[in-house]
Design a protein. Structure first.
Length: 229
């Protein structure tokens, strides 16, 4: 169990770094980060499921510049971690764990947004300190301020992801134990409907005539793989 928490915290820190601090090579996107977490925790399928659902819904979110954005990257990784941990800890079926873990997305995303603002304020303080150090010729202090700024982003992601995974996993375990028996195949249909909802959001944002052939090609290939599999 402790190994799970270390993996969750480490990946959360890396996702937070890639989201705002650098290198910003898109590995923090849910479609990448969630499957990586699933692979590390031994449940790639659940990671892919969360990555697909959340990437489609929040594909238009761009953490550029000083914009204040919903932290869908951290929310997605935390929700996937909560579902996988609850499944491994209590033996909850994947459809139930997936639907219940989605309740983690909104609070973690909003909290991540507020924490990002706090980190930016701390970085503003560090910039002023680094400026004074540079004028005084203290290059080590400048490097130290830069390292602290990067470290703040990493700690934000690690703590937030760990918090979301633990609280979300406990929530899923508690609620799943109180629910009446439900046919898992019916819940699986709801999960597929969520993926369809994400696809609709994607079409709403990017459904232009110029991109229509590519969207149709992707849809056709996805359906082909689904039915052949």
């Amino acid at each position: 169990m402790s190994e799970t928490f270390w993996i969750v915290a480490l990946l959360g820190g890396l996702v937070a770094l890639d989201t705002t601090a650098g290198p910003q090579v898109m590995i923090s996107q849910p479609i990448v980060a969630c499957p990586v977490l699933g692979l590390l925790l031994g449940d790639l399928e659940t990671g892919l499921l969360f990555g697909t659902i959340l990437e489609l819904i929040w594909i238009g979110t761009v953490p550029a510049g000083a914009s204040r954005f919903f932290d869908s990257n951290m929310a997605g990784v935390a929700a996937a971690g909560a579902a996988i941990w609850a499944m491994q800890r209590c033996g909850i079926a994947r459809p139930s764990a997936t639907l219940l873990s989605l309740a983690v997305v909104l609070p973690i995303g909003l909290l991540g947004s507020r924490m990002t603002v706090g980190v930016r304020k701390l970085n503003g303080f560090l910039i002023r300190k680094a400026d004074v150090a540079a004028q005084s010729g203290h290059s080590f202090r400048v490097s130290l301020c830069h390292g602290c700024g990067v470290g703040f982003s990493f700690v934000r992601g690690a703590c937030l992801n760990l918090l979301g995974t633990v609280t979300g996993g406990l929530f899923v375990s508690a609620v799943a134990g109180c629910l009446p028996p439900v046919r898992e195949d019916r819940l699986a249909i709801v999960v597929m409907a969520l993926i369809g909802l994400g696809g609709a959001v994607c079409l709403k944002l990017f459904g232009t005539k110029r991109l229509a052939p590519w969207i149709a090609l992707g849809l056709s290939m996805g359906m082909l793989v689904r039915f052949l599999g």
